[in-house]
Design a protein around this ligand. Structure first.
Ligand code: UGA
Length: 461
């Protein structure tokens, strides 16, 4: 099948490469001249495991080409995917300007005699958008141009997107045209997972509902973590116990410092905005957003409780800057937010992220920040460790070595990566999320370390 993918960000570039890998002939289009030049040379604009190899392979096999010329890109395409960004606008909704511009350009690029085409939106767009996309294309296209629109939302996690696309749990295709549905079913026919065929609006809604529900799971477990800490229960054990119930599932029940990234915060906000526009107050989503904000402040408050509000003279080793593991993406990263707040209180930061140092530096700068070579370099001379991103390698940190490199003994584990008992046994004061550890403080201001009469635990700096 001849396919054109417009937009070469996380969704578009991965989509183009995977479609080509499935044997289709794919043209990737982007208005960013530098980006296209870079990709053509085999250099990826994003860090995504497996992507450089897949792109290179398909370019070499002549199944994947790239251009900045949209008209050229759609010329032979039977299916055109719109994969441009829909960032948050100033009202909390989705900024659809790129989608409108691409729809207009597609319309203008079509010819009356062209064969029938399906224009598919993969970008995350609010309910009703595809109907407008159809209207814009129709107005811009020559009379008689044959096309239909469809919605085919993506469910790819950054860091795992190739795997997610190849082994998706489901494919959602929405269209009001049976010809469009047929064409898309053909494209995905080799996948073993279910295909959900529906109308345009329901497909658009599935995407927001899925992200909002996952975000709700995270905020639920984060709020439960607050309760567990007070009630002296362990949120990880509770999550495991809940997770065995197939109706609940263990995924997305990891308590931490809150969710970030380019999707959850903007999609929850956009769904809330859609709901407000429809005169409905989506109370649960309001709570999801509030809890997410609170979780970051809660983490910072733990650091301030130990060191005081004024962090001048305090050096903190921050492990992790990306919004999650396996990516260099720092968009809406809670790790960056926490780092900024701690720096705002006067702390000097020694930061390390396996992939996101460069992207983080572009937004965090280097005022009071030292970018370390590895986690151990970050720890040198620091008063405490703050674990901010769930990179797997931080789980295996050598605590003995860490103890020798630090000048203090506090670990603030914002992702519950370490085994509390191990850290405590090494003489650390360990602060987790939703666990009663030797760094915990009950409502009377008594720490567990003091209760257990442990030397040095719970002490102020
Ligand atoms: C998310 C969805 O998982 C994808 O299905 C969706 O396609 C994508 O958004 C999108 O809309 O494009 P992604 O943003 O890559 O994918 O990241 P996730 O793995 O979902 O993590 C989002 C945030 O939640 C991260 O900050 C992560 O640290 C946090 N998180 C995740 C938790 O705090 N706890 C958890 O248990 C899971």
């Amino acid at each position: 099948m001849n396919i054109c993918v417009i937009g070469t960000g996380y969704v578009g570039l991965v989509g183009a490469a995977v479609f080509a890998g499935w044997g289709n002939k794919v043209v990737g289009v982007d208005i960013d001249v530098n980006k296209i030049a870079m990709i053509k040379k085999g250099r990826m604009p994003i860090f995504e495991p497996g992507l450089p190899q897949l792109v290179k392979k398909n370019i070499n096999e002549k199944k994947l080409t790239f251009t900045t010329n949209l008209k050229e890109g759609i010329k032979d395409a039977e299916v055109v995917f719109i994969c441009v960004g829909t960032p948050q606008d100033k009202f909390g909704g989705a900024d659809l300007s790129a989608v409108w511009a691409v729809a207009q350009a597609i319309g203008k690029g079509m010819k009356e005699k062209d064969p029938y085409r399906v224009i598919v939106t993969k970008s995350t767009v609010p309910v009703g958008t595809n109907e407008e996309v159809a209207a814009i294309i129709k107005a811009a296209a020559p009379k008689g141009a044959r096309f239909d629109v469809a919605s085919n939302p993506e469910f790819l996690r950054e860091g795992y997107s190739i795997e997610d696309m190849q082994n998706t749990d489901r494919t959602v295709i929405g269209s009001n045209s049976s010809a469009a549905l047929k064409k898309l079913k053909e494209l995905y026919s080799h996948l073993k997972s279910p295909i959900v065929e529906c109308d345009l609006r329901s497909a658009e809604m599935v995407k927001y509902a899925s992200n909002a529900f996952l975000a709700t799971k995270i905020s639920f477990i984060n709020e439960l973590a607050q309760l567990c800490e007070r009630a002296k229960a362990d949120v990880s054990v509770v999550a495991a116990g809940m997770g065995f119930d197939k109706r609940i599932g263990r995924a997305f029940l990891n308590a931490g410092i809150g969710f970030g990234g380019s999707c959850f915060p903007k999609d929850v906000s956009a769904l809330f905005k859609t709901s407000t526009d429809q005169d409905y107050d989506f109370k649960l989503l309001r709570g999801v957003m509030e809890v997410n904000d609170m979780q970051k402040d809660y983490f910072v408050s733990k650091v301030l409780r130990v060191f005081g509000d004024n962090l001048h003279g305090v050096t903190l080793a921050c492990l992790g800057l990306a919004f999650k593991e396996n990516t260099d993406d720092v968009r809406e990263s809670v790790a960056i937010r926490v780092a900024r707040v701690l720096r705002g209180h006067g702390a000097a930061l020694r930061v390390y992220d396996p992939e996101a140092a460069a992207t983080a530096k572009a937004v965090l700068g280097d005022n009071q920040v030292y970018y370390a070579k590895d986690e151990y370099d970050a720890l040198k001379g620091a008063n405490a460790i703050c674990i901010l991103t769930e990179w797997n390698r931080f789980r295996n940190i050598d605590l003995g070595k860490a103890k020798n490199l630090l000048t203090g003994n506090h670990i603030f584990d914002g992702r519950n990566l370490l085994v509390g008992k191990d850290a405590e046994a090494r003489g650390f004061v360990y602060h987790a999320v939703g666990k009663w550890t030797n760094g915990s403080e009950d409502l009377n201001g008594t720490t567990r370390g003091v209760l257990l009469n442990r030397k040095g635990n719970g002490s102020k700096r």
